[in-house]
Ligand binder design. Structure first.
Ligand code: ADP
Ligand code: MG
Ligand code: MG
Length: 886
């Protein structure tokens, strides 16, 4: 069985489409080799071996080692060096690489093959003693940490101590002699910590390293990362063994990372960072702040870009960039190393990017003729475009804050959005406070994989160190969190729980504001403004609109929401909940009067006061939605929600109604229900107290007539909630038609209106053919429908649903993604039955599911005609609807 794949000398056994077997890194190294790019030779041990390794109780499967040795021979031939050779030793890196990229999660070991003998050979063959010993001390440190489990800090302590002793400012100031001493101390540390000598046999080192990479698949941070990102546990990781090339050979060497386009804005410019005389992870680890790749990227004259420092290598990189983009038809994230002026490619993968960049890149690639519109649409994760709807800082407020001296620092704009929150300095605290409903900003020197849960909980992340490709930046972009990195003027003092900038001190719990698009950090809270759709985003949305069948409306109870929805492209209101108009502070007393009324007379008096209020609300909404349908649901919630509760409220209501408190309390008691959610609510209210619905219908249609007189096109739809029987519907439709006739007669104006029903009680779905006799349209209230179909209360489900998902009794939260099997079947049934009575009947979904891409895909399949989510999910729904069609 083939367990090891070779790449080198312009030819590889693997290719980019073998990611599942070779991991992302291995598959792309093979592909780059085949493309003729300068990749050092190497081998990839497959993910299948990793799985077998665990099945065998952490043992190598038979035959693997022999295949590794064969591969090593080929690498030796290609490089003209020998592994373990005393004069001209081959060194390798041992790198993990899962099918899905897991940045910073798995551990890589560089310079493997060095020992007390080969280090001398390396010094002699390269004529660079300092370099050889620097490589050796790095190797012991990485191997000691990753394979032998010695804490990283213990090595750092020794290195720092040595630097102090000899007065070296940076690592690069240490001489060969210094490094020899560091190596000696490192080896003593290994002996002390593990009770054994540092392994000297290169093949022994290699075996241990391969084992460590496999084992790292199950380290806690990798498990956590997979959990958050829903990566299957059984993928396993591949192991890549790659001939070392050296970026730490002196000032003609270096190492860097780059994005073929700007990962933050998506602009078609080369973008990256590098460090001279450095190796591997020095760039991403945030240890030294790296230099920019291009001249254009420079933000201060002290910086020296790679373009200036290594002009020839830069030209070569430009060519690589072009080849990779044309080949992969996507923005790439690359790692490279320069060894004595020679360029080597060490990795490429599709680059992580902000939503804004994703949209711009997709649209640009269509324009460049590399991909189709459909492909561009499919490339954007609809849930990510949430980020584009991120608020920005109010410019006036920003100027004022700057004048007031509240701009305290500037860092790199790693991920966009403007957020405010309380400062915390560690991940656990971020989680704790966020759970209490507080908004927090996680402030760290730099972040590491241990901080992931805190980053998840925080609104935004601020770090003092690191570049655009540092851990914090990459992870935050992936999570869609606002992030600023490398704010170097900040000093983070974990002990005192504060950070300082000059003489400004910001303590834990104080509020700061981050603008992730500019990198600005402000003291205090700043006002933000909602986002807008423009530029490439608008263009992409237009393509989505051209392609999709499913219409997208918006759930809006206020003119503001309606306006927001319309700006985001909604094609009407799918649900306007009239009770939300009742909940307003100044209206509650009147609503209470209405509810607590003993006689029809009393009730009508209260309703008369409510009528003009409701009417004005509808006028405002019709004006905003001019020309588009507006679906208004008559009063739905149980009346007790409006009842007075506190003593004070009882007193006030009594006074307003001119009745004794005792009387009010008695009436309130009479209205109490054991299970209000299944009690007197929805259309049952309309049947019991027809005056209420009469008033609402009158308000809607009087508003509509008035708007029509003023030249506004109104298309009201009047919807009855919680219908369970056709006679119920018949009765209420009669009421609506009667009031409509009255209003039209009084006003001398007629408007077209439709009467429809919610389908949210399972019985309604089952008798949909009967309902369709009276209902002109159906709107699936999937929240209630889910609740009633499962017989579980959404407000209480939190207590046990976690367990159900954990045990995989439920695939996911049915309130988030529609339950296709049960609730979905009811929807399908209702559509089919409804169409029997009323062919081509209008159907829509107005629950939360209307903004969920997965559910939208299902709705498209069963022939729902529109979805209606909350305003901010409208663009998501438009895109998801297009994807559902493609
Ligand atoms: P990660 O997945 O964390 O990026 P990598 O395996 O890509 O880990 O390696 C970490 C760093 O070491 C990267 O900067 C990479 O470019 C560098 N590196 C890996 N292999 C080699 C090699 N053979 N020669 C030089 N540098 C290498
Ligand atoms: Mg790593
Ligand atoms: Mg890498």
């Amino acid at each position: 069985k083939k367990m090891v794949y070779y790449f080198g000398g312009g030819k590889a056994e693997g290719s980019a489409d073998m990611k599942l077997l070779l991991g992302g890194k291995g598959a792309n190294l093979a592909e780059m080799t085949n493309l003729g790019l300068p990749v050092p030779p190497g081998i990839t041990i497959t993910t299948e071996v990793c799985k077998e390794y665990f099945e065998l109780g952490q043992k190598f499967p038979e035959g693997m080692w022999e295949q590794v040795l064969e591969g090593m021979k080929k690498i030796e031939e290609e490089m003209g060096k020998k592994f373990g050779d005393k004069r001209n030793p081959l060194l390798v890196s041992v790198r993990s690489g899962a099918p899905v990229s897991m940045p910073g999660m798995m551990d890589t070991i560089l310079n493997l093959g060095l020992n007390d003998e080969t280090v001398k050979g390396l010094a002699e063959s390269t004529g660079n003693e300092r370099f050889a010993w620097d490589s050796y001390r790095r190797f012991i440190q990485m191997f000691g940490n990753v394979v032998m489990g010695i804490p990283h800090e213990k090595f750092e302590e020794i290195l720092e101590a040595k630097k102090r002793e000899v007065g070296a400012k940076a690592d690069v100031d240490l001489t060969a002699e210094d490094l020899k001493d560091v190596v000696k101390r490192y080896k003593e540390l290994v002996k002390k910590e593990t009770g054994r000598e540092f392994p000297q046999d290169p093949y022994e080192q290699l075996k241990m390293a391969i084992k460590a990479v496999f084992d790292s698949w199950n380290n806690p941070r990798a498990i956590k990362y997979r959990e958050i990102n829903k990566i299957p546990e059984d993928y396993g990781t591949a192991v890549n063994i790659v001939a070392m090339v050296f970026g730490n050979m002196g000032d003609t060497s270096g190492t860097g990372v780059a994005f073929t386009r700007n990962p933050s804005t998506g602009e078609n410019v080369f973008y990256g960072e590098y460090l001279k005389n450095a190796q591997g992870e020095d760039v991403v680890a945030g240890i030294r702040t790296p230099q920019p790749l291009t001249k254009a990227q420079k933000t201060s004259p002290e910086q020296v870009s790679l373009e200036e420092e290594f002009p020839e290598v830069y030209q070569q990189l430009l060519k690589v960039r072009d080849i990779l983009e044309k080949h992969y038809k996507d923005m790439q994230d690359i790692e490279f190393t320069i060894e004595n002026g020679r360029l080597w490619m060490l990795q490429t993968r599709a680059g992580k990017r902000t939503a804004r960049a994703a949209v711009k890149i997709a649209v640009d690639l269509v324009k460049e003729g590399l991909i189709s519109k459909e492909e561009a649409l499919l490339r954007i994760d609809p849930t990510l475009i949430n980020q584009l709807l991120h608020p920005m800082l109010d410019e006036e407020e920003r100027k004022r804050a700057i004048e007031e001296g509240r701009l305290i620092a500037r860092g790199l704009p790693a991920a966009p959005g403007a957020v405010s929150g309380k400062v915390v300095f560690n991940a656990d605290e971020a989680v704790e406070l966020a759970e209490k409903g507080e908004k927090v900003i996680l402030v760290r020197h730099e972040t590491s994989p241990e901080d992931i849960h805190g980053m998840h909980a925080a609104e935004g992340i601020l770090t003092a160190r690191g570049g655009m490709t540092s851990h914090a930046a990459v992870v935050a972009r992936g999570m869609g969190k606002t992030c600023i990195v490398g704010a170097e003027s900040i000093y983070v003092d974990y002990d005192k729980e504060e950070f300082r900038v000059g003489d400004v001190v910001v303590k834990k719990g104080e509020v700061i504001t981050l603008d992730g698009s500019t990198g600005e950090v402000f003291h205090g809270e700043l006002k933000t403004i909602p986002a807008q759709i423009s530029g490439e985003f608008e263009e992409l949305m237009k393509w989505a609109d051209e392609i999709r069948d499913l219409k997208v409306r918006v759930n809006a109870d206020t003119p503001e929401d309606a306006k927001q929805g319309r700006e985001f492209g909604a094609e009407g209101i799918g649900l306007c909940r009239t009770e939300h108009m009742f909940f307003k502070e100044e209206r509650i007393p009147v609503v209470r009067e209405m509810i607590l009324a003993k006689t029809e007379e009393e009730r009508k008096r209260a309703l008369e006061k409510l009528l003009p209020m409701q009417k004005n609300d509808f006028i405002a909404i019709f004006e905003v939605m001019n020309g588009l349908p507006v679906n208004i649901r008559l009063l739905d919630p149980p009346l007790h929600e409006f009842l007075p509760k506190t003593e004070e409220e009882f007193q006030r209501t009594a006074q307003e109604m001119g009745l004794p408190v005792e009387e009010i309390k008695k009436r309130a008691e009479e209205l109490e229900e054991v299970n209000p959610m299944l009690g007197l609510r929805g259309s049952r209210l309309g049947i019991t107290f027809p005056e209420i619905y009469e008033m609402q219908v009158r308000a809607i249609l009087e508003a509509a007539c008035e708007c029509k007189k003023n030249g506004i096109e109104v298309l009201p739809e009047i919807m009855l909630p919680l219908i369970a029987d056709d006679r119920e519907l018949k009765e209420l439709k009669k009421l609506i038609d009667r009031v409509a006739a009255e209003v039209f007669l009084e006003t001398g104006v007629e408007v077209p209106y439709q009467v429809g029903t919610m389908v949210e009680v399972p019985r309604a779905a089952l008798i949909a053919d009967q309902l369709a006799r009276y209902a002109e349209y159906f709107s699936f209230g999937t929240n209630d429908l889910t609740q009633m179909t499962f017989g579980l209360s959404r407000d209480d489900a939190g207590k046990f649903i976690g367990k159900y998902i954990e045990l995989e009794i439920l695939k996911g939260d049915p309130f988030m993604h529609i339950d296709e099997n049960g609730v979905g079947r009811l929807i399908e049934t209702a559509i089919e039955l409804g169409n029997r009575t009323r062919p081509g009947m209008k159907t829509g979904v107005c629950g939360e599911h209307g903004g969920d891409p997965r559910s939208i895909n299902f709705f498209q399949k069963v022939g729902v005609q529109y979805v209606s989510p909350s305003p901010f999910r409208v663009p998501i729904a438009r895109l998801a609807a297009a994807q559902a069609k493609i």
